[in-house]
Design a protein around this ligand. Sequence first.
Ligand code: COA
Length: 698
Amino acid sequence: MINGFFNPKSIAVIGASRTPGKVGYDILKNTVQYGYQGAVYPINPNASEILGLKCYPSLLDVPDEIDLAVVVVPPQKVCEVIEQCGTKKIDSAIIITAGFRESGLEGTKLENSLIKKAKESGVRFIGPNCLGIIDTHSRVNASFAAGMPKKGSIGFFSQSGALCLAVLDRALSEDIGFSKFISMGNKADVSDTDIMIALAEDDNTKVILGYIEGLTDGRKFIEAASKVSKKKPLIILKSGTTISGAKAASSHTGALAGRETSFDSAFKQSGIIQAHTMGELFNYALAFSNQHLPAGPNVAIITNSGGPGIIAADACDRSRLQLVPLHKETIDELRSFLPSVASFYNPIDILGDAGADRYEKTLNMVLKDEKINGVIVLLTPTAVVNVEATAGAIGNIANLVDKPILASFMGKKSVESGSKILMKYNVPNYSYPEEAVYALNEMYRYHFWINRPAKTFPHFKGLKEKASNIFKEVMEKKREHLTDPEIHEVLKAYGFLQPKSLLARTSEEAVAASKGIGYPVVMKIVSPQIVHKSDVGGVKTNLTSKKDVENAFFDITTRIKQIMPTVNIYGVMIQEMIQGGKEIIIGITKDPQFGHMIMFGLGGIYVEVLKDVSFRVTPLSQEDAHEMIREIRTFPLLRGVRGEAEADVEAIEKSLLILSQLALDFPQIIEADINPLLVKKRGEGMVAVDARFTIGGE
Ligand code: COA
């Protein structure tokens, strides 16, 4: 697919205008003014020639073959043009025209007709409502952007045309090279996933950059991203976060799963490097496209002033990078030429009177230290330092080594020329030290990602069969929630240990059940309409005698009949009271973009107050389960603090994997919580004390 869009032998601009300043004019001009070698055909029924090129009344009048159509006619005429593309066997089109889905109901109808027409005509298209595309290598500029960046290795796709223009403008002003620019527009046909895969296969693209607001098929995107990110760094800025979907949730898991969480988790899981701001998007792109990846986390900082060194050190503390001490031999060598009052420990402060020579010698020495995996060079523009000579010295060294070197020449006016020299040598320069640290940190994390072994996806056999009937029955009865006895059966089928439980319909049955199970017991209301049992006073714990059980039965049933007279009460569940262990919560939620996600967190106040939870998209790999447990802030509590025994973390890991399988087995699950899941000491497993399941849809 990529060749049709990015390497066409000929281009037709349909709606090429005679009037300078109109979009159709600028696009035609861009196709011819940047060195594109193929044939360009303007199409306009009202003109015979534009920009010296012969004009044709319609695509069908062009006698030659055309590879790419750029459509700039008003919206009502787009479908007809696409039909003509089909007749003319043009399989790639870029639709610049606005006035589709983004403009309301009528536009949405028009877009649907366009999709249908393109399918019938065998035409793939980018857009509509886009700025166009640029390929600096094939010299195609089929856009109405003002300029063409220099050749480079960054491929950028963006849902926003305005963002494309902003990035392009910065690329032009700072002479940053790009391989391709793709403005995606409404993504009615060609999707982010298609373009991401195309960029992954493109030899001219080393780093893939993307800006997205939403995804049409999140799951497909994530699956593709997991493969692409192993091949090339994939840096994405995602905007348009909303948590509105969380409001209607009936489980903790659902309530805690905002859209931000789902994107964060999905990105993490698939090796996407997430930029949170446009600044980060650029900063990371510059580092990845210009420098080698660090082979480890150890970084050295060279600075000519204390403050910026401390700022960089603080940023290292907040990252995965480590500011390790240098080898003794390196320190001895540094002592041989640095002033005695310099600081030889990391950050290495070579003092305010340092010139290019001192920077050069220090950098060479530090790079030789095999403990060090990367260097950040900070420069404050003192009156003594020769910014350009220092930049040149750093650049020369950077070209000879395979360790990453990032610079932060601070300030603007006095370091501008130095910054340009650094860029010439492919050394990215950042205005502030912490930007350099975070960029290097992302490079280290990426090194870690590409070197980790392939993920393993365990499968547990023979679980689904035993639970199928329950889901089928609940669906047939058009119920949304599973009752406690049903949940008990499902969890049992999936191997979750549960407290001994018996259903009792009368007070007498409750007493008999309690006796059979053994005191103390817990009593819970059983009703298909009641999901949050304790919220309505439907749970009594620590019942130690026959009297307690009789009173509890009376209290629960009368209270619920009073406050919820229409609900169906099946009876109460008598349960063995489990004591000890740590409360955790695991759950399933359905995200609109990514489908089923699994949640993990510490139960009780940790989930209620701190919202200290982690998420992953299903299917969960062994590694995902391992990481999501360790990711929460309160993980040390599971490891055991102040002499407490370590909780059975391996059992939690397995339970997350089983839950992931449960979600895959039953697509009709909308939400589920096992809460609390009591985890015992290492090797002793866990008990699912309470759970809720909401189903629907498929
Ligand atoms: N085939 C070929 N050319 C045709 C045509 C057809 N069926 N119908 C009209 N034309 C010609 C017109 O004669 C005109 O040429 P002229 O200027 O020499 O007379 C040219 O196509 C453009 O048509 P016009 O009716 O003048 O439209 P326009 O230039 O005012 O607007 C768009 C056309 C596509 C630019 C406009 O509808 C639009 O969508 N603008 C927004 C674009 C945008 O912002 N995209 C998203 C960016 S992120």
